[in-house]
Design a binder for this molecule. Sequence first.
Ligand code: NAI
Length: 335
Amino acid sequence: MTKTVTLIPGDGIGTDVTNSVKEVIKALGTDIEWEVAEAGEKVMEEKGTPLPEDVLESVRRNKVALKGPLTTPVGTGFRSVNVALRKELDLYANVRPNLSLPGLDLRYNDIDLIIFRENTEDLYAGVEHRVGKHAAESIKIITREGTERICRLAFEQAKELGRKHVTVVHKANIMKFTDGLFVDVFYEVAKDYENDFEEIDDRIVDNMSMQLVMKPELYDVMVCPNLYGDILSDLCAGLTGGLGVAPGANIGDDLALFEPVHGSAPKYAGQNRANPLATLLSAKNMLDYMGHEEDASRMQAGIEAALRSPETRTKDLGGTAGTKEFTQAIVSNLP
Ligand code: NAI
């Protein structure tokens, strides 16, 4: 039966990278129909809101969505549509795998890390205000409920994937109440999984940043509050070839929205310059989630074949191909 999936192309390079996914999925012949829902900067100009209600309705109806990046003005203007989508749809887990792909000239060729980032709380709850003219405050929110569900989902998925080591990342030495609660709840949940892992431990976020750069092989699965998860996932993207290759998924109890980790890179919009790989890998994970495992592995094989030669990979990966040429190479290498 044809399954309808919401497609939010997004801003900047969003159309370039989601067009690439449409082409590859068409060539795979997967039984998917796209329902396009526009959000972001350009919609703000037309409709006065960057996140019209019909976008949320579409995701709620279809239960699965693929999203390109959405621009957020810095300092002023509307609040992040990404944060709003995650909060409105209660997509509480941001799952960001980082894997060294074969054929690339990488700093590390054996990275296989997954970050589970809490997606609805922390300093991203948006509770901030000015205090007079010369000060501002932002409130960091961590709840038992919010922490428990991200930790449980992380342990469950890590167990299903046969992972061996789960680490919670925090700054509980300084933020004793908020990060302290996050760590306490992590260890409470961990009691149910003691026999499933070789190691369950914690690291302070600054130390973790250094360790990930120097000895990433020591880590496996990380569970983080929202802000640290956001920052560390870009760091991990840097270990495996940059933002052009890092996929992500926002998961709720019965909804899932797949998206690349990167932003809208406006300078490359419409230039045939953007690397669509992060969005393609997000779509590949979406196919797995939807039960189209065979098409997902065919897509992976096409991607790996296209990455082998510099003529068919994009410039950020040391190649010479544009978005379209790379996409075409994947299509012609699909098994
Ligand atoms: P960015 O991810 O757009 O760009 C950072 C750097 O990576 C730039 O040099 C860019 O050219 C490069 N880059 C990113 N994706 C690439 C790709 N697919 N192919 C080749 N090069 C790529 O981050 P930046 O500049 O901080 O943010 C731009 C806008 O994107 C902002 O409005 C920001 O709020 C938004 N953003 C949206 C996200 C989302 O929709 N999930 C995530 C991160 C940022």
